[in-house]
Design a protein around this ligand. Structure first.
Ligand code: COA
Ligand code: AMP
Length: 638
């Protein structure tokens, strides 16, 4: 890898000097019904909008045009599900047929352009068909990750106010079937905004009772529509119309509805497939995430199909389905050229197969690159993967808000030298700066807040769903003229970025973004809890896991172990198993500053066994000793 032979610097510089020229050219890879009146309109939206006036359809670009141009027989999706022992290949032509039919079903329920449809679905092909069907009609999908509990689903239903909800009878984890229907029913009961109908996919592993008058059987609707020859055409939408809403953790229990548009999303994601990932049309690409996350939206569902690739849909885990060789089996069997996953998956594999023996059992000759994102790629894990795979391991940094990499190593432009611990350099269109509290740029190798100069490039969120003010306040207010990433880090003398952690209360658990503020709201809801604090503590597998400290109300005499168990169950019930909240600790008091601020940062350092110094403003230094003692008793921070 030689910085001199990469086209990166020329391409990046052009994107900064002439963004409209750069993205206008990139837009030629997309089929438009009408081209943009302006590539970038600085007066539209909150900080400007991309491709204003352009008319397009995302589903057409993902599927129809490839069938029209001869890719009909090429696999679009390879469904590989070790948890159900199923494999299924769906060609572009078959996918088009399924999507047209389901879109007709949705249309018969009155779904039109701009209507919201919530999907609470496991990793099955029907989930993708439903996403494309919404895009086909110009309806806005909101996918909710299956590991979230009913209350989280209800919050999203209330915010999106969907006309329809599409769900399945169950999801399947390694060792258990997770019935979805009870969660869906509870969520609808809790929500104010009731959907008109639900369409339920019955899976063989679990039969869900359907609620008369509201629930409909997916397969019968599909079969009836097919028998009647129903089919829906693509509905032209504006490039600036929303394609989807994806909820992500904010600093409170109320998630943020990140809006993704149609046009900018297609342009940026298509560019990324060749520029960043170095993948060609016709090749098989694998992103082992979940469609409930942004990584899954962008790189399982949309980008690979925009680019005419085959996308693997994996319903399994890196370990346990059946073993730590599952990834290599899947890559080799389907001849995947690249894999995109989270570092935590590799930590899990490394733990079970430290010498990489499974890797050597499979033919990985087609495999070129491993891409990691979702959390910091810790150098030991990257080194392990490099050593055993003998292929480039590329960390890249992004957020739900951006929909694609803010920084990465552009394999398609010619890779730059890898520096462990760094996701390399900003991608085209991202003017990334490191600043202090007063928004002054900091010199190289100095930690600060990471901000992006406005405007953000195509695909990045134009706003939060029906919450322009919250968007401005959360992202644009603190550093005027810049988007606040809420990540902290530095740039080195070569312009490489290092992303070191969040500046807010978001933690990253196994590549999943979670709000400790949201968890504190749940803990505070326990009748015996007077005060609480949740912090993320280091975990060898998941990167971080939450740890909750509770102070009980005066007069509570119940067994603390019992209360702690209830608290753990409460978080699982209210937020979901994905929170991985397993540690609640009762303490007599919380460490605070004299002005009453809880010293979460110092508690975290104690829990992680890191060096810490006594904060000058602490109210009572003894409290930190108590915290250290309580953690030790639970076997943490020793
Ligand atoms: N539906 C229901 N429950 C789910 C779920 C889903 N879709 N996804 C996860 N869960 C449950 C898990 O079963 C687990 O439950 P448990 O507490 O009963 O064990 C809990 O949520 C936590 O899940 P997870 O964080 O995935 O942990 P795990 O122990 O099952 O697996 C890893 C650990 C590292 C193997 C796993 O986290 C992994 O593969 N991570 C990849 C991360 C990823 O894809 N991130 C997306 C961004 S790229
Ligand atoms: P999400 O919105 O769920 O994709 O989470 C985004 C957050 O995950 C970022 O703000 C970072 O804190 C973290 N993150 C994602 N990718 C990386 C990476 N490559 N390195 C460091 N942190 C990352």
């Amino acid at each position: 890898m030689d910085a001199r032979t990469s086209r990166y610097h020329d391409v990046y510089t052009r994107s900064m000097r002439d963004p409209e020229g750069f993205w206008g050219e990139a837009a030629q890879a997309i089929d438009w019904y009408q081209p943009a009146k302006k590539i970038f309109d600085k007066d539209a939206g909150i900080y400007g909008r991309w491709f204003t006036g352009a008319v397009c359809n995302t589903c057409y670009n993902a599927i129809d045009r490839h069938v029209e141009r001869g890719r009909g027989a090429q696999p679009a999706i390879i469904y590989d599900s070790p948890v159900t022992a199923t494999k299924r290949v769906i060609t572009y032509a078959q996918l088009l047929d399924e999507v047209k039919t389901l879109a007709a079903v949705l249309r018969d329920f009155g779904v039109q352009k701009g209507d919201r449809v919530i999907l609470y679905m496991p990793m099955v092909p029907e989930a993708l068909v439903a996403m494309y069907a919404c895009a086909r009609l110009g309806a806005i999908h909101g996918v909710v990750f299956g590991g979230f509990a009913a209350k989280e689903l209800a919050t999203r239903i209330d915010d999106a106010k969907p006309k329809l909800i599409l769900s399945a009878s169950c999801g399947i984890e390694v060792n258990r079937v997770v019935p979805y229907k009870p969660l869906l029913d509870t969520a609808i009961e809790l929500a104010q905004a009731k959907p008109e109908a639900c369409i339920i996919l019955q899976r063989p592993q679990c039969d869900a009772p359907l609620t008369a008058g509201r629930d409909h059987d997916w397969a019968s609707l599909r079969d009836k529509a097919r028998a009647a020859g129903k089919s829906a055409d693509c509905v032209p939408v504006l490039a600036t119309d929303p394609l989807y809403i994806l909820y992500t953790s904010g600093t409170t229990g109320i998630p943020k509805g990140v809006v993704r548009d149609n046009g900018g999303h297609m342009v940026a994601l298509t560019w990324s497939m060749h520029g960043l990932y170095g993948v060609s049309p016709g090749e098989t690409w694998w992103c082992a995430s979940d469609i409930g996350w942004v990584v899954g939206h962008s790189y399982i569902v949309y980008a690979p199909l925009f680019h005419g690739c085959t996308s693997i849909l994996w319903e399994g885990k890196p370990v346990g389905t059946p073993d730590a060789g599952a990834f290599w089996r899947c890559i080799s069997e389907h001849r995947a050229v690249a894999l995109f996953t989270a570092p935590t998956a590799f930590r899990a594999i490394k733990k079970e197969d430290p010498n990489g023996e499974h890797i050597r059992r499979h033919d990985l000759s087609n495999f070129r690159t491993l891409f990691l994102a979702g959390e910091r790629a810790d150098p030991p894990t990257v080194q392990w993967a490099e050593q055993h795979l003998k292929k480039p391991v590329i960390d890249h940094w992004w957020q739900t808000e951006t929909g694609w990499g803010i920084a990465g190593n552009p394999m398609g432009l010619g890779p730059l030298p890898v520096k462990h611990g760094s996701p390399t350099v900003p991608m085209p269109g991202y003017d990334v700066r490191i600043v202090d509290e007063a928004c002054r740029e900091l010199p190289a190798n100095t930690m600060g807040s990471i901000v992006i100069k406005l405007p953000l490039p195509p695909s990045c969120l134009p706003t939060l769903w029906q919450q322009d003010e919250r968007f401005k306040e959360s992202y644009l207010a603190e550093f005027p003229g810049y988007y606040k990433t809420a990540d902290a880090g530095f740039k080195d003398e070569d312009g490489y970025l290092f992303i070191m952690g969040r500046t807010d209360d978001i933690i990253n658990v196994a590549g999943h973004r979670l709000s400790t503020g949201g968890m504190e709201e749940v803990l505070a809801g326990h009748p015996d809890v007077a005060e609480c604090a949740v912090i993320g503590i280091a975990d060898a597998l998941k990167g971080e896991v939450p740890c909750g400290f509770v102070v009980l109300k005066a007069g509570v005499t119940r067994d603390t172990a019992e209360i702690e168990k209830e608290i753990v169950a409460l978080v699982r019930d209210k937020i979901g198993p994905v929170a991985a909240f397993k540690l609640a600790i009762t303490v007599p008091r919380l460490p605070k500053t004299r002005s009453g601020k809880i010293l979460r940062g110092t508690m975290k350092k104690i829990a992680d066994g890191e060096q810490w110094s006594m904060p000058a403003t602490i109210e009572d230094p003894k409290v930190l000793e108590e915290i250290g003692g309580a953690l030790k008793q639970k076997g943490v921070g020793t």
